[in-house]
Ligand binder design. Structure first.
Ligand code: 6PG
Length: 241
């Protein structure tokens, strides 16, 4: 069985379009003056970000109100091909509609530990408090992906960051899989502080972790929760349907 609250999509393009619609819905219904979206990395969401900057969508996003954060990143220079900063910048394109001060990158120049601390301060400053209030989620939308080993964000199987309940952001010295570079990741309590959490899962490479989740294995992605809704957009190829 697929995860609860799965919406099966015909293909990757349909997943990206449905995600763009959902994102617009969440940022336009945000309760506060500012809306906040937590971006996922890797390759899956690239099409979604490009779509948001394209005709038909770009006019409908209230860009001046939305702030964009990262769920995780690899601790490499921002112009490195492994960097999620680079991926997001390339996807939004040269004429990016995102006001530069609204894109909150994870620092990459002082290592994972210092970067995690600095990013936690960035999030707390934006939120305006040091404690997450379940009644007032940090994010309007958190985007997540599913790794081949069942990880999500940079929360990898068997790593201590999975257990973290206090820190909002954690350093990960070593992922246990490629690429073998340190990471910075939001922790589960932070990712859960959202009106909506949305997994995007496309392609045959995701059949294995989906099957393992279905059999009840305690993979990291199975631990994701949400203060609001938790939804999976899965394409037919990944679902093997
Ligand atoms: C990252 C991610 C990570 C990603 C999965 C899936 O920066 O590595 O945020 O959690 O979502 O690894 O990656 P793909 O989309 O490339 O399959």
């Amino acid at each position: 069985a697929l995860p609860a609250n799965t919406q099966l999509m015909p293909d990757a393009e349909a997943t990206a379009r449905a995600a763009a619609e959902h994102l617009i819905d969440m940022v336009t219904t945000s309760a506060g003056e500012r809306a906040a979206v937590c971006l996922s990395g890797g390759s899956t969401p690239k099409r979604l970000y490009a779509l948001l900057a394209s005709p038909g969508f770009v006019e409908r996003v209230p860009w001046e109100r939305v702030h964009w954060f990262f769920g995780d990143d690899r601790v490499v220079p921002w112009n490195d091909p492994l960097s999620n900063v680079r991926m997001v910048r390339e996807a939004f394109g040269h004429a990016s509609p995102v006001p530069p001060t609204h894109l909150h990158f994870m620092p990459s120049d002082e290592g994972a530990q210092a970067g995690a601390h600095a990013y936690e301060a960035t999030l707390k400053d934006f939120y305006g408090a040091d404690r997450l209030d379940p009644a007032r989620p940090l994010f309007d939308l958190v985007l997540l992906g599913l790794g081949s080993d069942g990880h999500t964000a940079s929360l990898f199987p068997g790593k201590s960051a999975l257990q973290e309940r206090e820190a909002w952001v954690a350093p990960v010295a070593e992922a246990g899989m490629e690429p073998f570079v340190p990471r910075i990741t939001l922790t589960f309590p932070t990712l859960a502080s959202a009106r909506s959490v949305l997994f995007l899962v496309n392609g045959a490479g995701k059949r294995d972790p989906l099957t393992r989740l279905a059999s009840g294995e305690e993979l990291p992605a199975a631990r994701a929760t949400s203060a609001g809704s938790l939804t999976w957009f899965i394409d037919r190829e990944a679902a093997d349907a």
